[in-house]
Design a protein around this ligand. Sequence first.
Ligand code: SF4
Length: 349
Amino acid sequence: MDWIDNKTILTPTGGFLAAGYTHTINPYVGCAFARALCGTFCYAQHNQWITQGRPWGLFGAKQNLREVYRRDYDRLRKPRHGVSRPLKIYMSSSTDPYIPQEHRLGLTRSLLEEMVERPPDVLVIQTHNTLIRRDLDLILKLSALCELWVSLTVETDMDPVPGFPSHACPPAKRLDTLKVFREAGVRTQATLSPLMPLADPDEFALHLDESCERIIIDHYLLGDGSPNGMRTKRTDFVQRLEQAGYAEWTTLEKFWEVRNFLAGVLGAERVLVSCEGFNAVGKTWERRSRPMAHENAVDGNGRLEEESKEEEEQEKRRKELPARKEAPQREETPQRPSPSPRRVRYNSD
Ligand code: SF4
């Protein structure tokens, strides 16, 4: 693995993430989980800019992240000329910020330390690995300063999935990790992306209900960034599913059936779909979860009353931070509906 010098760490978004985020951050180049199950469908492996013709894998680690982030941040937020710009970060889009090497190198941790000094408006930390629990202390501090989501991919409840390599980290442990963050007061989401076969959808839905504020469900036919899942079809992902007897899970009919089932258990407002779901951050999400009466209340400055309260609350928290000892409370939690009594029969084969 090479060390890579970068002049910048904040990459402007385009395409799939452009509607919700201004930038992505990738502390590593490539990914150490390439040979795990998620490496079979990984959308980042199609990025020629990263692979440069090499088989998908871990290629490098970025140096001096704190300094580079500080410079990028100050250029955006404290410009000599012009106005401060919004900063909504998705970390990470083409690597996992908690690959095993992170344990030793601490690059993601160093970024979080710097972000406590220079918080973005929105931060989504997307990972497959429970190593994120190491950074609970920093994530708690940061979640008091910005809209922060801890986001773990949980594409299936099966471990192992017949016909596939082993998981980067067991799905049950990923759900446990989400629960730890949720109970600490951090916003949590599970991304079922891309949805893979489920062994016990009823049990899975109940685990999701207790560990996440919301889920985002996606299918390679909708969300791999190419028409009709063409990129994924160039890999052996679809073939593996078919050979293992899961052909129906390659269809959108099955996808919508599962989406509707999960919406019945968790409540439709907590089950977001594909691109729109991934981009539901900032006011998009806040408004989704508020009653209509609150949405229409406008204060003297023309802002939504709830927005004003939120900004005041955030400012108060910023000032209180050095003296803070206890875990911050979430600003709001969408109501959890009771699980629906409706149970759908699924075939796992
Ligand atoms: S962890 Fe993410 S970036 Fe890494 S191989 Fe899996 S899907 Fe790709």
